[in-house]
Design a protein around this ligand. Structure first.
Ligand SMILES: Nc1ncnc2c1ncn2[C@@H]1O[C@H](COP(=O)(O)OP(=O)(O)OP(=O)(O)O)[C@@H](O)[C@H]1O
Ligand SMILES: [Mg+2]
Length: 330
């Protein structure tokens, strides 16, 4: 069953300047992105810094209002809701509980004035999940144990914990309401390498137990490959390639994906001939994106058409979508 999908999702951030703070330009952070999240599935989102990964996650959970496009949420009874324009109380009642998000920096995302007990309890109480305080306390203890922390820690404050422990607390809090989808925005990139895989395995274990779906944002392609059923590659606010995880690793098609892959140490050397694509320079500014294909200024295989027309995504077989003029009409 589908949980969340988006069509032609756009998010432009206005830039204001001058005495009257007029809108002088827009940061085009997301340009017509499509995504479908099914129950129990993991979708990986990869791409260089600034390509719009966090904006996509935040727009999907409705932290940001989409500028254009449609977000459809399917509640547990199977009923569909158009949540594109809904806010606060107008959102479908189960949306806030069903769709949770954890962030990159566990140092910012926990309230320093709240004990761990209160941090984990808050969503349970907001969503009236349990009848009385005793039941809530034993559930909090159960959740802390599940994420590998001692329940005795409940009375402590976030500053007493390491980054990895804080991320476990954030995970306990977000899974407390039994979400059907957890959006993880670089959940391990602020952590020591040694604890990264523990947090990832914890997320995988929880997913196996609960059949929760994950949208997993990361710039680490190896981690995304390990985690995901499907991977979406973003460049300058657009999805340039999207495919089942193994298909993408076995045969990346978009010159940008090939360039990203060739930087992955574990990537199959048989494919390295493709990796002749070298990424040079920085992506262009999303305030003044180039016309046509956003990758053309850096693309070694660019053709005349690439400078003029944005390529539409085409399915080259088995749900492997590529938005590149090399594959137009295939
Ligand atoms: N609230 C905001 N206001 C204005 N511009 C924003 C805002 N949030 C993001 N942007 C801009 O939108 C673009 C996409 O940013 P986003 O944070 O989504 O990228 P990202 O792929 O998550 O990058 P990173 O890998 O560094 O986290 C960037 O140019 C960024 O500066
Ligand atoms: Mg980000």
């Amino acid at each position: 069953m589908k949980i969340l999908s988006a069509r032609r999702l756009k998010k432009y951030f206005p830039i204001r300047s001058g005495v009257f703070l007029q809108v002088s330009a827009y940061v085009r952070a997301l340009k017509a992105v499509d995504i479908d999240v099914e129950e129990g599935a993991t979708i990986g989102i990869v791409g260089e810094s600034g390509c719009g990964k966090s904006t996509l996650g935040r727009t999907l959970v409705k932290i940001h209002e989409p500028t254009e496009g449609k977000i459809t949420y399917c509640d547990p009874t199977g009923q569909e809701h158009d949540v594109s324009r809904s806010l606060g109380r107008n959102l479908a009642p189960t949306f806030r509980k069903d769709i949770q998000m954890i962030f990159q920096n566990p140092y910012d995302s926990l309230d320093p004035r709240m004990t761990i007990r209160d941090t984990v309890r808050e969503p349970i109480i907001t969503h009236r999940l349990l009848p009385d305080a005793g039941a809530v306390d034993s559930y909090v203890a159960e959740l802390l144990t599940k994420v590998g922390l001692y329940p005795e820690y409940a009375a402590r404050y976030p500053h007493e914990f390491s980054g990895g422990q804080r991320q476990r607390i954030a995970i306990a809090r977000s899974i407390s309401v039994r979400p059907r989808l957890l959006i993880c925005d670089e959940p391990t990139s602020a952590l020591d390498v040694s604890v990264q895989s523990q947090v990832i395995n914890l997320l995988k274990d929880i997913q196996r137990e609960t059949n929760m779906a994950l949208v997993f944002i990361s710039h680490n392609l190896d981690v995304v490959h390990h985690m995901s059923d499907r991977i979406m590659v973003m460049y300058l606010g657009s999805v340039v390639e999207s495919a089942p995880s193994d298909a993408l690793f076995d045969a990346p098609m978009h010159p940008y994906t090939q360039a990203l892959m060739s930087a992955v140490p574990s990537w199959d050397p048989r494919n390295r001939k493709l990796g002749a694509v070298k990424l040079e320079g920085e992506p262009p500014s999303p305030i003044n994106p180039p016309p046509g294909c956003p990758f053309h200024p850096r693309c070694p295989r660019r053709m005349d058409v690439c400078e003029k027309t944005m390529p539409e995504a085409v399915d080259i077989g088995g749900g492997h979508m590529v938005a590149c003029h090399l594959f137009a009409g295939s």
